[in-house]
Design a binder for this molecule. Sequence first.
Ligand SMILES: [Cu+2]
Length: 157
Amino acid sequence: MKKTLFTSCLLALLVLPGISFAASHNMAGMDHGTMSKKGDVHKGMLTVGEQTVDGVKAVVYLNDVKATMAKMGMKETHHLMVHFYDAKDGKTIEEGTAAVKIKGPDGKEGAAIKLIGMDKHFGADVILEQKGAYVFAIGTQLADGVKRQFELKYEIK
Ligand SMILES: [Cu+2]
């Protein structure tokens, strides 16, 4: 579990006190769109997919951060981002807790990784080293207190 403590997001927070969360988040090389080169909101992000469970829509993205992380001596390869929306009014849900379990192409499921609430999304830096199909099982307990389980598949080519 130590790895999750060293996510670049958190690291940036720890080493750059006084800088707003969103700013530090982006400064760590995590391109969440706002600082993308061409101004396209989701440029460079890989769309994993979306799923609606019990009135909540989860939209999941991956951002390849391998090069940036390697420079900092870290093994994480992707920033996993999950946006939650109220399926009725489309409003972003930012309160609550979320965690992900990742099953790799080898069929092994890793330990639960806490997704940290960030600027309009929940995220974590994860290691997706193998090529092949991954399954992201995302458990949440958001603002309404209801437990939901999302499951999305994504293939790393
Ligand atoms: Cu993030």
